[in-house]
Design a protein around this ligand. Structure first.
Ligand SMILES: [Zn+2]
Length: 290
């Protein structure tokens, strides 16, 4: 029933291009720190947005009687299998390598044509130059770019290849919690789990802070034990204690880090609350009419 498709220029939208322009070519920086993390953040944001829009559209379809209640309730399962489709996740990996390679090739093109080009080549006017034969030189810009792109591509295929399992696992986990914010991550999406084990563990993930008992707003995780707390509550708590309220592991202002997975869960949970309210209102309207 559900079919998620990615935009054609995925994952580089207009707003992402300006961020990418500020990146230095990978050879001049730490590849993993800068490129990979920036790229993954963009990919994750794009995916989260795409899923949320799909869920909103479906709730609206239900409200307009375009789909039945049964279809509405089943929609999330269909969405999960559609987004988990290997083509989409593998597409991320290909797009990652394409992006790294084109930025590097672009940078090489800029350097090698600096003297012969009429004007500075930028990402915006690149298309005007590709295919052009600059004066005073016999080199085709297309050839320069294509060669550089192929060289960079084989370099990145090796480099990214070693991290790819980790990247794909993290992305799949994030997709899962964006669709089902309160469910524990199934073991088949964990890197170190047995691949035959497809069972989903029971129970719900607690989205409330163990200190304040409120739904997380700004979740941070203790690196010493992996328990999560809300940042504001934790700051107050740290004034009088330096051990985890859940397990007594040591806890200090330097031992916690943002819990991005929990953040994604909470965002998705809040979205679902709004959608549930929307659907609830419709049900009440229907009852009133009777
Ligand atoms: Zn703990």
């Amino acid at each position: 029933m559900s079919q998620i498709t990615l935009p054609e220029n995925y994952p580089i939208s207009k707003q992402h291009i300006s961020k990418l322009r500020n990146l230095q070519p990978a050879s001049k920086t730490l590849y993993k720190e800068k490129y990979l993390n920036t790229y993954l953040k963009e990919v994750h944001e794009t995916l989260k947005e795409k899923i949320s829009v799909d869920l909103k559209v479906t709730a609206q379809k239900f409200n307009l009687d375009l789909i039945s209640q049964e279809e509405y309730l089943k929609y999330k399962d269909g969405l999960l299998s559609s987004v988990m489709n290997d083509d989409i996740v593998d597409g991320l990996y290909d797009a990652l390598i394409e992006m790294f390679s084109s930025i590097d090739a672009f940078s090489l093109l800029q350097t090698s044509t600096l003297e012969s080009a009429h004007e500075q080549i930028t990402i915006e006017n690149l298309a005007d130059f590709i295919g052009e034969q600059p004066e005073k030189t016999t080199i085709s810009l297309t050839q320069v770019y294509d060669d550089a792109f192929q060289n960079c591509k084989s370099k990145y295929e090796k480099e990214v290849g070693t991290n790819v399992q980790e990247i794909l696992a993290e992305t799949k986990q994030l997709i899962f919690v964006t669709i089902f914010p309160e469910r524990p991550i199934p073991s088949n999406l964990m890197l170190d789990a047995d691949e035959d084990d497809l069972e989903i563990d029971g129970g719900k993930v607690d989205l409330t802070c163990p200190i304040s008992r409120a739904i997380f707003k700004n979740p941070v995780k203790n690196k010493n034990c992996s328990h999560t707390y809300d940042l504001d509550a934790l700051r107050v708590y740290l004034r009088s204690s330096n051990s985890c309220p859940e397990c007594r592991a040591s806890l200090s202002s330097s031992s916690y880090t943002p819990d991005l997975m929990m953040q994604a869960r909470v965002e998705a949970f809040n979205r679902d609350q709004l959608l549930a309210q929307m659907v609830q209102d419709k049900m009440e309207d229907e009852t009133d009419k009777l």
